[in-house]
Each structure stands twice: as C-alpha cells, then as structure tokens.
Design a protein. Structure first.
Length: 421
C-alpha cells in the first residue's frame, strides 16, 4: 500500500474517526471539545519550529529539550502539538502561553495539508515514533527540516514497517535526521532503508529526568500528611483496566503481612478513574480519592491518584513502584521516573515499548519482572522485610539513571544543526 491508497482508505474510514471521538467524549469530558483542531480547522499563526510530542510521556521527555531551545533561541516561535488531553495539559503546565499549542490533526491529507500550510514551519521535531505518512509528506513539500528525536523502534514495529514498506520506506527516507535511543533502534532504522549518515545514537531523553529538590520535599511532606511516614507505601503508576484487579489482589495479600500498608493507584487515563475507584470499593478496601482532598486516615488502605501531573510526586512519597501497561499486552510505560527517585521498580512481562531501558534496569538489579498478583505481592513483601535487598535495588535503579545521562546534550546538538541549517 502506497501513500495514495493509504490516503483514500483514511477518507473512507473517516466516519469511524468521528465515532471514535464520540465514544471517547462519552467516556471522558477531556475529549468533548477542540474537535476542530483534530481536523486542522483551528486558525494558527506561522511558526519557526513545530514539535510533536504525542502524549504525556513524550511531552515530559521533550520539555527539557524545548526549554533549552527556548533559552538558546528566544527569537524562535514554537508550536507544540499532542494527540492526548494528558499531553496537552502537560504542555500548558510547562510552557503556558510561551508557545502555540494545539492537537495534531488526524493524518487525512486535506487536514494535514491545511495545518502545515498555516504553520509553514522551518523545522519539525517529532518525538519517538509518531510518524504519519501525510504529515511527513506535506512537511517536506513545505521545505521543512524533519528530525525524529528520542527515536525508538521495537523489533515488532520494525517488522510492521517492513511488511508495509511501500508506505513506510518513502516516509522514512524523507526524514532529515534520526536521534536514536539505542544501537538496536539505530540498526533497525538503517535496515529499513534509512541512510546511515542520517542516524545517530543519542540515548534516551528519559534518562535526563530532573528531580528537583522542591519535588522531593513536596513528596516527603505529602507522605507525612498521609500519616504514612512509618507505613509500607507503594505506587502502581500508569495502570490500565485489566491491571486494576491484579493490583488489588496483590495489595490484599500485602495487607495480610503488613496491615497498615498503603497503595497509591494511578490510572493512566482520566476516563479510567471512576472504574478504578469502583473496583477498589467492590474489593472492600478503604479508599481516598486524591481529587477530593479528603484526609488520609490511619485506616486508609488505598489512595487513588485521580489528578493530573502528580505521578512523579507520588513516586517520591513511596518505597516501591509497579509501572503499568505491562501486566496486560500494552507495551509498558516509562520505568525511569521511579528509578530516578530511588525506588525499586517492578513491571509485568509486557514492556516492549521500553525494552532496552527495562532490561538495563533489570540486569543492574533495579527492576524485577512480576507475572501476576502473587509474584507482585511476594516481591513487595520481600523488599519491605529485607532492608539490605531493598537498599541494593534502590541504589541500582538510581545508578542506571545517573550512568546513562547525557542524551539531552547530544540531541540538542542535532537540533541546533537543523535550526542553523
């Protein structure tokens, strides 16, 4: 399938796109507005630099890079796009009105063409693997330099690209540069036909996470406020439906050994908050929802993190962490945030989207893979009971993050070349 056929097929399924938006809007109020942006209708000012950062994870990784660009080039006008409400909220929180922000339109040819024509960017940075054939095509037609930053490519994604090579290879060859997270990702891009001169291994921006003192102090104060200074506390972060019951079972088992243990459950998406709360209550556990600002009492067994932008603080207020999207077939989420906080990390076996990072942490002893509720509970109990094992895992997690810093400087150097070019 080439790009022309791809574009026709997108037009044919466009009614399904509207149904998808309607379905998401029914489940979450965050999807009930700004539809015009998703079809390239919103009026936008021209921009020098376009950055697309998909959702919250990619946005958090992109923030330090964009802030460095702003500091070095204050004259540049910058537009940041995302596709999710969580990513959008993070852009607003991090940059306010210092950038232009909107959702990236669906990859319908007429929408993307109108979007690119309005912006007329000189340079575009796309984070990780969010590649859309029509977007890349029209950016290059507009003579924009296109850089894929913090690029990752799993073996499964590479196989999919290879299978659809008539669509993906022309798109990949249009990229002016790729800042790959790892040697494996770089090799996969080159094997797919990207010119080796355009690919550089820069590491992952996620290793350059900055844990400021204020965040740490806020986390410590929060734990004290929760009356949990002497309690075993663990976080289940970025979790999805299908994982809720596993976490509840594990916590129930943990409570048999540590009756005062506290779990902080943080669903990945806002529309899942009510579902998570219902499952916790149905299991008979005492719950406080963070959004209600109700006091956490000595008898509280679960805090539901149903707010935005607080996950890193929750990690700082805990002793151990399970990173979600990995106990179901989803691909996992970023384990480096709890690792940077010095937490021993657990993930399920399905972490393909963070394969290199997860295996690096695992080989160092900072991450343990757990398959089910029993394994999760057993590992929690082991580390709560064994301070030596806990300290070893904590130190290992922090050292992996510290030893792999430096990606920001490397990727910024690539961006500078494109801006000046």
């Amino acid at each position: 399938m080439n790009r022309s056929l791809y574009s026709v097929l997108l037009y044919l399924i466009s009614p399904l796109i509207l149904l998808y938006l309607t379905f998401r809007a029914f489940k979450s109020k965050d999807y009930r507005g700004r539809w015009g942006e998703r079809f390239g209708i919103k009026r936008l000012a021209k921009t020098d630099l376009l950055v697309h950062s998909v959702s919250m994870g990619e946005t958090l990784a992109a923030v330090p890079l964009i802030k460095q660009i702003q500091a070095r080039h204050p004259q540049l006008s910058i537009t940041i796009t995302t596709t999710s409400p969580t990513g959008s909220a993070e852009v607003t929180r991090a940059f306010g009105d210092s950038v232009q922000h909107c959702y990236l339109p669906f990859d319908l040819a007429c929408c993307v063409r109108r979007f690119v024509k309005q912006l007329s960017p000189k340079c575009c940075i796309i984070m990780e693997t969010e590649l859309w054939p029509n977007l890349i095509h029209y950016l290059k037609q507009a003579d924009a330099q296109v850089l894929l930053a913090n690029a990752r490519l799993s073996a499964k994604s590479a196989a999919s690209y290879r299978k659809n090579h008539k669509l993906t290879l022309p798109m990949l060859k249009l990229l002016d540069g790729i800042a790959a997270q790892s040697e494996q990702a770089a090799e996969r891009f080159i094997e797919l036909g990207v010119c080796p001169d355009r690919v550089k291994v820069c590491g992952s921006l996620k290793f350059d996470i900055n844990i400021d003192v204020e965040r740490v102090n806020t986390a410590k104060a929060l734990r004290k406020q929760w009356l949990a200074a002497d309690k075993p506390v663990w976080v289940a972060g970025s979790v999805h439906p299908g994982e809720f019951s596993i976490l509840i079972q594990a916590h129930t088992q943990l409570l048999q050994t540590y009756p005062n243990a506290l779990m902080i459950m943080v669903p990945r998406h806002p529309e899942q908050f009510d579902t998570a709360a219902a499952e916790i209550k149905n299991a008979g556990l005492t719950l406080v929802r963070r959004s209600t600002e109700e006091p956490v009492l000595a008898c509280t067994q679960v805090i539901l993190g149903d707010t935005m932008g607080e996950l890193l603080t929750f990690y700082g207020a805990a002793d151990q962490a399970l990173v979600g999207g990995s106990l179901i077939v989803h691909g996992g989420h970023n384990p480096l945030e709890p690792a940077a906080m010095g937490l021993p990390v657990m993930m399920g076996p399905n972490y393909r989207d963070f394969n290199e990072i997860s295996e690096l942490l695992q080989s160092a002893g900072g991450l343990t893979v757990v398959d089910d509720a029993a394994a999760l509970a057993a590992h929690l109990i082991e580390l709560f009971a064994n301070s030596e094992a806990y300290n070893q895992a904590s130190l290992a997690a922090k050292e992996v993050v510290a030893q792999n810093r430096g990606s920001l400087a490397k990727q910024l150097k690539m961006v500078e070349a494109f801006i000046h070019g």
